[in-house]
Structures are given as structure tokens and as C-alpha cells.
Ligand binder design. Structure first.
Ligand SMILES: Nc1ncnc2c1ncn2[C@@H]1O[C@H](COP(=O)(O)OP(=O)(O)OP(=O)(O)O)[C@@H](O)[C@H]1O
Ligand SMILES: [Mg+2]
Length: 309
């Protein structure tokens, strides 16, 4: 593999983060001696440009809609160009914060209790399902905490739901887990082994790990490895490789968790294309186990292929 295209930017709300992730990945690959071309998928001609460049592989550095959701992966499958990360199936499942709960639960993880939203939803459904306020309302297909609300009463619940619908998304309605925020990067190497990076506890002042806190250097502290009971590490070592298999995950991913005050681990979501900016979580965790950003990026690149699930 010599000539690499890095797909970045794109049309989602997370465009700006993807630009940073893409540039960081391009720099890493250039320093490793690859011929790197950056292509922004916001440009309608990106597919023609991609065919013209005829790369040996594509590194997908897109976040969110049309990039992390399986659509770009479908284009790359059609063109038969090897690409990094999960295929269409793994991307579709992971992008959906409702559907992915099924997979988390099926390997024995806890998830926050939830009510499935449909157009018939009423705030009474909360009581019927036995959920207590505060309630979290967030976009089913969104990311970067955009459109996430924590509500204390039925009136605010209705307003939060309307807000998510006005973004063109579908609300996920779930219980608020009070506790500590944890995140785990993991990747599948070229031998098919799932490698867990050190677990991170994220410590910050804001009520939730919001957009501002996520992308401002120094706004959040990373405790690596996270000071949590051994039982949590055992649970992760046992269940994460199984999740890679059942969810058809490939490349490097990041799982977000809440650890409740009574030490129950709840999975919030999995990101199939985690942020790789200078303040991002996954590169920080890798560094702590002696894996440089450049080596991690190259490791992921080596797993690029097409014909994925
Ligand atoms: N059920 C919950 N209980 C408590 N806090 C929550 C809950 N859901 C979300 N949060 C808070 O909101 C943040 C963002 O939520 P989540 O990870 O589900 O969505 P996201 O917007 O896709 O995030 P990302 O930027 O990682 O893609 C979490 O990191 C956490 O701080
Ligand atoms: Mg998250």
C-alpha cells in the first residue's frame, strides 16, 4: 500500500471535527512515507476524484451522517477499494443509538432504561415504563452531544422531543445515569485480534460531556487508566471482543459508558470513527500504552479491505 486517500470533512454537523481528524491522520501517514491525498466528501465530485487518484486504500476519517453511517462504505464497496473501519452493516448498527442497545444487552451489558419513541409517544409513557426524571433526550443518529437534553419534567420533555424532531432526527428517550464518565478505545489488528486500549475516565466541570468540553484543550481531564474496580476491567475484556463480532466492527472504535454510583457499567454508544484530533481520547489512550498516534493510524490502515459485512 503506497497511495492513500483520506476522506474527511463531509456534510454532517461534525464536519469541523472530521476536518481535524482527517488532517491529523494525513500527517501521520505522510510521516510514515505514504503518498496521501485528502478528499472532502462535501464536494459532489469526490467519487470521480477518488477514481482518478486510484488509491491502494482509503482511510475514512468522516464523522456522523454520510461517512460514519454506512453510506460512504457502500460507495467504497461498489468501487472495490479497500477502506478502513467498519463496513456497511457495522456502521448502520452503531450509528443507531436505539438499535445498538439490543447488541449491548445481548452480550450482557447494561444500558440506560429507555422508551422507544414513535409518533404516538406521550410523556405518560415515561411513567408507564417506570422511568424517573431526569430523562435524557438525544438524537438517535446524531453525535458530538448536539441536540442532547436533560429534562426534569413532562413539559421540558415535550420541548426536547420537538427540538430533536426539528433537527430531522428521531429522539432516543432514556434514563439519566448519575455517575462517572468512562470511554474505551479498541481496535481489531490485521491478525483479527481485538486490542483494548487503556480505559479512560473523563473528568470535567460541566453537567454532561458536551461539545465545548469535548473539543476544548484542557476542558476535560483524562484519567488513564481509569481508577475503577477490577471487575469493570474483567467485564470489558470479556464482552468487548464479543461485541466486535456481533456488531461487525472493524478498525478502531470507541465505546462510551457511564459508571453509576453503585459501580454498574452502562453502555451509551459505540463510535465507529472516533475523533483523532490532538485533544481526542483514543490517541491519548494509545500513547499511554506506548503506541504512538502514527503507529496506531498505520495499524488501522493495514486492516483496510473491501468485501466487509
Ligand atoms: N443516559 C445518560 N445518562 C447520563 N449522561 C448521559 C446519558 N446519555 C448521554 N449522556 C451524556 O451526554 C454525552 C453524549 O452522549 P452520547 O455519548 O450518547 O452521544 P453522542 O452525542 O453521540 O456523543 P459522541 O460525541 O461521543 O459521539 C455523554 O458523554 C454523557 O456525558
Ligand atoms: Mg458519545
Amino acid at each position: 500500500m503506497e497511495r492513500i486517500v483520506v476522506l474527511y470533512g463531509g456534510v454532517s454537523e461534525e464536519r469541523e471535527i472530521s476536518q481535524k481528524t482527517g488532517l491529523a491522520i494525513a500527517d501521520a501517514l505522510t510521516s510514515k512515507g505514504y503518498e496521501v491525498h485528502l478528499l472532502d466528501t462535501a464536494d459532489a465530485h469526490w467519487v470521480t476524484s477518488l477514481i482518478d487518484i486510484a488509491p491502494d486504500a482509503v482511510f475514512v476519517a468522516l464523522h456522523g451522517r454520510f461517512g460514519e453511517d454506512g453510506k460512504v462504505q457502500g460507495v467504497l464497496e461498489s468501487l472495490q477499494i479497500p477502506y478502513t473501519g467498519s463496513g456497511v452493516r457495522g456502521s448502520v448498527i452503531s450509528m443507531d443509538k436505539l438499535l445498538s442497545k439490543y447488541f449491548f444487552q445481548s452480550v450482557g451489558f447494561h444500558v440506560p432504561a429507555y422508551v422507544t419513541y414513535t409518533s404516538r409517544f406521550s410523556s405518560k409513557d415515561i411513567e408507564v415504563a417506570g422511568l424517573q426524571y431526569p430523562i435524557v433526550v438525544k438524537p438517535r443518529y446524531g453525535g458530538s452531544t448536539i441536540g442532547l437534553h436533560i429534562v426534569e419534567n413532562p413539559d421540558d420533555l415535550v420541548r426536547a422531543i420537538e427540538d430533536v424532531l426539528s433537527m430531522g432526527d428521531i429522539p432516543v428517550v432514556e434514563e439519566f445515569i448519575k455517575g462517572r464518565e468512562l470511554t474505551l478505545g479498541a481496535y481489531k489488528n490485521s491478525r483479527g485480534e481485538v486490542i483494548l486500549l487503556p480505559l479512560i475516565e473523563i473528568v470535567y466541570g460541566a453537567e454532561i460531556f458536551d461539545y465545548e468540553t469535548k473539543y476544548t484543550a484542557g476542558a476535560a481531564k483524562h484519567l488513564i487508566p481509569a481508577p475503577v474496580p477490577d471487575s469493570i476491567y474483567r467485564e470489558l475484556n470479556e464482552k468487548i471482543p464479543v461485541l466486535f463480532e456481533t456488531m461487525s466492527l472493524e478498525g478502531v472504535v470507541r465505546f462510551d459508558f457511564m459508571l453509576s454510583e453503585d459501580d454498574i457499567l452502562y453502555v451509551l454508544e459505540v463510535n465507529t470513527i472516533p475523533g483523532m484530533t490532538s485533544v481526542s481520547l483514543v490517541p491519548d489512550a494509545a500513547r499511554h500504552m506506548g503506541l504512538s498516534f502514527e503507529d496506531l493510524v498505520e495499524e488501522v490502515l493495514k486492516t483496510a479491505r473491501y468485501g466487509k459485512a
